[in-house]
Design a protein around this ligand. Structure first.
Ligand SMILES: [Zn+2]
Length: 328
């Protein structure tokens, strides 16, 4: 969830931080070396590692001392499945080399995650030692953190872009890889996207650091951008192609780029200036899209607890293209 660099450590969702804090305080002595604010690169490099080969790179996996209920092989399967979703979306793994540290903590769930880039791409996941295979199969955190590795580091005020991309791309990538159903993610978007709408006093995405604006405001920006790129390209290209363009230009989390360069590079890959233009509109002032008509145009109809797809809606083909497995 968090993206951290050498000089700052982004506090993300307060609830996650609180969960982390409680996880850290338990067996604090055993874990302190591995749960400090920064990535424990030196301690990591001393641990035994298993290398996983992925298209475009290698993931070096280390487990901090302690026991997991699941075998090492099951944990590696979870990492492979997550990497496959990210690779499906980006066409390659975002970095040539990733250090991935799993730290056993109390409980049976994934307790958040942090991604660093300053001494080489690194992810740390505090993982409940009682976590089951089923918990891991349904987990989103690993894919979310891996998506962070695909975006250059930026100043804190643009965290909405890195979190928004991670929140938006994670489920889309998992649907494209066959790990989730499209119905589930559109249902979740309809439920959660309103959390990203500006509240009273909002000064645009760049100047409003609330949880809702950072995570769901950013995701809303990404959905709008995806739709606009597809409208402008006769539905041939989308946000996926734009973000692949950033990777192709050498941009990933080990680099620090200004937001303007990231957006311009992504725009260039799809031949339209959608991202730059949307940022100009939504960065410095509150913009409230009409979500009800957006869902209607995409052909999403809520029927009680269920969701119905209307394939005759004007943006239905765009909705389908967003989650379709890429041809390359
Ligand atoms: Zn995140």
């Amino acid at each position: 969830m968090k993206v951290a660099s050498a000089f700052r450590w982004t506090a993300a969702a307060a609830i996650i931080t609180a969960m982390l804090a409680s996880a850290v305080s338990f067996r604090a002595d055993a874990q302190s070396e591995y749960m400090r604010d920064r990535m424990p690169y030196d301690a990591f490099d001393r641990l035994p590692k298993t290398d996983i080969e992925v298209p475009g790179g290698i993931i070096h996996v280390a487990l901090a001392p302690g026991d997991f209920m699941l075998s090492r092989e099951k944990l590696l399967d979870w990492i492979r499945m997550s990497a496959r979703a990210v690779t499906t979306y980006y066409g390659r793994f975002p970095v040539n080399s990733l250090r991935l540290l799993l730290v056993p903590v109390d409980g049976g769930r994934i307790r958040g995650g942090t991604t660093w880039g300053y001494r080489g791409a690194a992810i740390r996941i505090p993982l409940g030692r009682d976590s089951t295979e089923d918990i891991l199969r349904r987990d989103w955190v690993m894919v979310h953190e891996m998506v962070h590795t695909a975006l250059p580091d930026m100043p804190d005020r643009y965290a909405w872009l890195s979190e928004g991309l991670a929140v938006y791309i994670e489920p889309v990538a998992r649907v494209q890889a066959g790990d989730l159903s499209a119905r589930e993610i559109w249902q979740a978007m309809m439920r959660d996207m309103p959390k990203g709408l500006p509240q009273a006093g909002d000064q645009g995405l760049d100047n409003t650091g609330t949880w809702g604006r950072k995570y769901w405001g950013g995701a809303m920006f990404c959905l709008l951008a995806d739709i606009e790129i597809r409208k402008a390209s006769d539905n041939r290209l989308g946000l996926q192609d734009a973000m692949r363009g950033v990777l192709a230009a050498g941009g990933n989390h080990e680099q620090g780029w200004p937001i303007e360069r990231i957006l311009a590079t992504a725009d260039k890959a799809v031949g339209v200036d959608v991202l730059t233009r949307l940022h100009n509109e939504m960065g410095s002032k509150p913009v409230t899209p009409d979500l009800a008509s957006l869902w209607r145009d995409l052909g999403l109809k809520r029927v009680g607890e269920d969701l119905e797809f209307d394939d005759t809606a004007p943006l239905a083909t765009i909705r389908k293209a967003i989650t379709a497995p890429p041809v390359r």
